[in-house]
Design a protein. Sequence first.
Length: 1257
Amino acid sequence: MIYPSIRIEGAILAPDILERLEDAPGQRPADFGLNGTVKVKDEIARAWADAQDYWRIFQRKIEVLKPGATATTETRQQWIIPFLGLIGYQLEYQARGTILNGKTYLISHRVTNRANTPVHIVGCLEPAGLDRKPEKSATALRMSAHAMVQEHLNLQEQLYGLVTNGRQLRLLRDSSRLVKLSYLEFDLDRIFTDGLFADFAILFRLLHATRLPATVETASESLIERYHQDSLDSGARIRDGLSRAVESAIHDFANGFLAHPANHELQQAVISGGLKPDSFYQFLLRLIYRTLFLMVIEERGLVFPPDADAGKRDIYNQYYSLQRLRRLSERRHLADRRRHDLWVSLLSTFRLFEADGPGLMLGIAPLAGDLFSPDAIGALGRSTLGNDVLLGCLRSLGLYHHPDTGQMIRVNYAALNVEEFGSVYEGLLEYRPVFLTTENRIGFEFAQGDQRATTGSHYTPDDLVQPLIRHALDYKIEEKLKEKDPEKALLSLRVADIACGSGHILLAAARRIATELAIIRTGEEQPAPLAFRAAVRDVIRECIYGVDINPLAVELCKVALWLEAHNPGQPLNFLDHHIKCGNAIVGYVKREDVDRGVPDEAFSTMPGDDKQTAAAFRKQNKEERLPHKQESFEFSPEIKKHLDAVLKSWQSIAALPERSPEEIENKKQRYVDFTRSQDAWILSQIAAIPIAQFYFAKTPENRAKIITDESFRRYWSGERHPQGQATAAAWVMAESKHFFHWFLEFPEIIERGGFDCILGNPPYLGGQALSGTYGNAFCRYVKWEYAPAGLSDLVAYFVRRIYSLLKLNGFTAFITTNSIKDGDIRKDGLEQVLNQSGVINFAVRGIKWPGRANIVVALVAVHKGKWSGRSVLDGKEVRVISAYFEDSLDVGEPKAISENSNSVYQGSIYRGDGFVLDHQEAEEIIHKDHRNKDVIAKLINGQELNSIPDQAPQRSTINFFDLSKEVACNYRIPFEIVEAKVKPVRLALDPSTAINRDHQERWWQYAFVRENLYNSIRNKKRCFVSARITKYLNFSAVPTDYVFLDTINVFTTDRWDLYAIVQSTLHEVWARKYSGALKQDLRYSPSKCFDTFPFPEGLWQTGDPRLAVIGEQYHEFRRILMQQLWLGLTNIYNLFHSRDLTPDQVAKVSKKPQAEADAGYQGILELRHLHCELDKAIRDAYCWSDLNLGHDFIEVETLPENDRIRYTISPAARKEVLRRLLELNLKRSEDKKVTINSNKKRIKKSGTSNPDQLELF
């Protein structure tokens, strides 16, 4: 149902609450204070009748007032006080107002029966209305009525308040934590003038006094607050529903156009290849964006300026509006496929907003811009669409199917946040559109493209964005507010998101700056919507910059910014020069970066290269670079002339006004001319050359495309102009890979030293997925550009690029994977930043993504340069924050210790499920031929190790280890199984990579056999294993005849004293710091936390009987306890770490009788005691008896915020243990280095050439 008088601004309530309000909690007669015999609907009808009488009397009163009267008394006494009395309000006049922070807030009334809720009533003829400052004010505050009530709420304990001028009635909520305006408005004038009973019924049910808090202390229990909180929860559900609806609408629009018999021209363009799927998809998206844009501005009342002619408004609403078409779409009988007049009608509506359209005749100022240019929707504007398709698509976009209630709810686009639009449409950007043609039909479908979520870029909830703004952008705003001209200073801020997606983080930043700008301009702490929108428009025009590699995301970002910045009567901002498409991490930041020339690394051999060709170019390039190694590049006057011209052109374009469609078009044309200018073109062509060399395959066929250092320097010095096949090929490569040279794209930013603030949620993608997604050439390039960096994670390169783009004393703050502080990602990212004078001033180690239980992220802010402000780690103020997200700095990075090497291995990877058997199959195969037991073994994985009480393998496996095919085929049955089930899987692999070809050639063997692992344990009684990814770090003794999967780490010793060390808390805290995490779990990396771990001196050489006894005692006690309670390791340690453990809890988890649970409870307590004794024994083995471990239930800050309680050593002990272990590690590695150097000198002095002796070292 449509409620034309109701407006929801911000997140105070969700639109769907209106549809289901009657069935919501709190809607029984007793909830309104009525007796059981009275129906709520009857009471609403009585109140409606009385309210209409009051309204008519009030209208007659104000008709006879003198000119210039504000009608304050009449509005209060004759209308609002009796009207609110009908819905349960007892109002009391406040003569003196309230003094807060030295200011007087002249709130006119309070609701005495509802916790003194403030109600401010101004005259219905007050020219300032609710949103402007009155010309004459009885208070020194000089702010609008709305702003005064809002600021009053933000400063004191009441949660809700009302403000009204008799024509509009608004419910406001405390918004001290929000940047965006938030209120619920009822247009009383329209309700009673147009007789909107249904709207009044909603008002009665939502604003009846019984909805409001009865006391300040119980505000959270009030009905209106419950509705508010429920609305926040429903936001995600609405986004998901709308996302599916939009996808359906695009699909139906596409096929509706392609199938219509009148669209012969369109069909021929598709068949001939003249219209590509990508272009067609872009037209469809723009059609959706236009429709979306008009729905929003119509429902927000922003099509016309406030003083527009009412008659022209009516003409638009009745004959041209999207609201009219939406209403028609809800009447299914109108969906006639034989007619297409409604599409013609929609095109006429679009024309009203184009620059040369007839909109001015209706008082509609053109929106113009790219979105409303005449050719924005391309061939669709010249095509025909059936009414059935159009109305069906508009129905999909306009009605939301509630997943909980099954109701069809009309989407209130006025209330949906712009960033939520972004989340709805962002998923569509990763689809790959395709045409499906048959003899009789042309169809359009979506094929799955790159998953945006896999690279870490998806809709970012405001709960995560606001901390970034507080700990980065707010500092820069604070600086600007202290300047002589704060308005000018604020507009001088330059803020970016270099992986901006749909722009929701940029929107939050724009609102934050605009809030302060509007406060300065109006003098009000809570600026009215009109002033705020004007400020947002100016901030977006001056301050906001964005880059994304996806061109469709760039367009969506512009639409989001246009929506937020729209002011009635003004055209859309020109954004092309601020929001750009490009790969933010592939390209040069400064002109000086180009001086490095063509690096030798561009010619390293990669898969697909011809080795001889690559080697020849590498040798040639090295020789050409040799003379330049010791000299700086002399900057060419000609190149400088081009750069100066680019900067000057940019500055002149940026200064052009944007007040009319003609000015927007002029600015656009000037920008297009600039991008095509000789200055910009020459510089872009030359800058493309070095990076392009990384991407060209080094093959004989590509020789003519490749440019080495000497030729490049001739171009860059101005000696030669870029021309010919090679430079053209570099340019084409740059275009296809979206190279982004910041000093050319945003020259004024680089000229001023960089951005003031960069915010974002940069993508993260690690390991082998990097080369698989972006290619080997990209990996070759980033390893050079971001040296010393490996291929840890995409986010590390974004962190480095972001930091390089900041000006001195600038800030960056971003949301990222919680592994940003771990291992190689830390080394490649944050540590490099800190080494370049970066300071982490804010960090949250691990926080769950709201609404997504399986995603844990970190928040971090970095200041460039010296920092003397606050540093906040997990909400606590600390002295310093390290790259590990700890409140102390380490003296160094741990080094591998040689005596630890080759002791822990990751298990096998088979790559083909055909290797796996159940136990019965295995027994049958061995029974048929006893020799088969040589190649069949029990198979265990990490999940079984942690969850099964007896840790018994649940499956068996065929494993030929490193046997040749000739030997393996002698085990006929297992070999035939593998040949039938594994070989086809291997042959289906992509053969373009060397590793896949290897796995295809030896298809009968595991992909990664791990021969060294099995050779190390072959003759041992036991080995110790742990799950590679685990909630709790535990090692368990298992037989050595198992096959271990790669989800397990295997410690190849059989010694209990060494087991005691790795099972101890001292080793666990080291592992958690230096290894890494996956989501919320420890990801145990042997190279990071075992190879570097300093065991007690001499323990590898000589066993420690005391440690062996306590290690075995601990393990065996735990093993028996697991079997007694029949619980796996994870459940045992969940109980172990439960601070409030009781026998009943043990019974509930184990499902054991109470007597057994009581014994199990005692067993858990004893396990804790044994763990303390084990830790103390390890401590003493290090001769650290002075260290008090302080075992207790501790909130471990490095763990996720909702699961931090552990029975462990104290925080002080943890820090000291880590300090001592690191000190020991560095001492061992230094002693080893001294020994090696000493031995080398001795060998050199003796002049020995004995190869056996040399081999020792």
